[in-house]
Design a protein around this ligand. Structure first.
Ligand code: ADP
Length: 287
């Protein structure tokens, strides 16, 4: 793991909540047929000493903004798991589990999966991680509704919420360029973004994020990354997920971060905004 010199929240964001108690969901099987909220009563909590845990961060942002890319890099840097609910949903979809058909219909239309299913998938992932000794997390794609945010807030302390932002005109192009390696499951992007500056607005270039040669022939496109479904997902984000930004803003937890371009331009600036150092990257750059 990369060595870390400084880790603290941006000075504008109070850090007091980190010392509050930590709870984790511990629930067993998914119960998708249950349409009311009674599943919440089945969720048991276990308490953890806050000083024994790592960061608990959330990444927000529209589809295609790059949440997965930056959350994954930070998780390696900080030694915490990167938990993307979209990945959990896709894993469930790929299984022959009882809810996979139901999930496929929802996801392929760009709609949101029920809270019940999402909380169950997330609970199972957290429990499995806890058993392996994981501590802390960076959540990506969750919470996506104010209700999910309220439930999460009720059971654990989120230290920081990073809201990634990118100009809208490149988002659809970025989503359409997304590819997944069908073997290793890693995410790549073949889109080469080059928007010229006009009417006083700056231009923007983003190089493709290409896989290593051995993954190249195994790239697949997500079924929900068609133009029509991407536009529906962006609409749903504005409707359901944008209020989540206000939820965390009003609690003083939101760090807004405008991506200035691709990874080479954005990564150092994001680290700076988070008051973090990437020793390994600095060392290899100096070598
Ligand atoms: N927190 C969530 N609540 C409801 N549905 C979710 C959630 N996270 C993921 N999903 C489902 O999984 C799909 C893929 O999620 P994700 O990979 O995060 O997509 P995106 O690229 O839009 O951020 C979503 O369109 C939605 O159907």
């Amino acid at each position: 793991m990369a060595a870390l010199t400084r880790i603290s929240r941006p000075s504008s964001i109070p850090f007091s909540n980190i010392t509050k108690s930590l709870y984790f969901y511990t629930t067993s099987a998914a119960q998708p047929q249950n349409t009311n909220n009674s599943y919440l009563q089945n969720i048991k909590f276990s308490r953890k000493d806050p000083k024994d845990r790592n960061v608990q961060w959330v990444f927000l942002g529209v589809p295609g903004v790059g949440k997965g890319t930056y959350a994954s890099r930070l998780s390696t840097l900080l030694g915490v798991p990167h938990i993307a609910t979209g990945d959990l949903v896709r894993k469930e979809l790929a299984s022959s589990g009882s809810i996979s058909q139901q999930l496929a219909e929802i996801v392929n239309q760009g709609k949101l999966v029920s809270d019940e299913i999402i909380f169950n998938l997330l609970s199972k992932r957290l429990i499995a991680g806890e058993a392996k000794g994981e501590s802390g997390f960076i959540l990506d794609g969750f919470p996506r509704t104010v209700k999910q945010a309220e439930i999460l807030e009720g059971v654990t302390d989120i230290d920081l919420v990073v809201n990634l932002k990118l100009r809208e005109d490149v988002l659809v192009e970025k989503c359409l360029g997304r590819r997944i390696c069908s073997q290793c499951g890693k995410n790549y992007n073949v889109a080469s973004i080059n928007v010229k500056g006009e009417n006083g607005n700056p231009g923007m270039s983003m190089a493709p994020l290409l896989p290593p040669a051995h993954c190249m022939s195994k790239l697949i496109t997500r079924a929900d990354d068609t133009e029509e479904v991407v536009k529906e997902r962006l609409r749903i984000y504005n409707d359901k997920s944008q209020p989540v930004e206000d939820f965390y803003r009003s609690r003083g937890k939101l760090l807004e971060f405008d991506l200035p371009g691709g990874i080479p331009a954005s990564w150092p600036r994001l680290l700076e905004a988070l008051n973090l150092d990437d020793y390994e990257e600095n060392r290899s750059a100096a070598a």
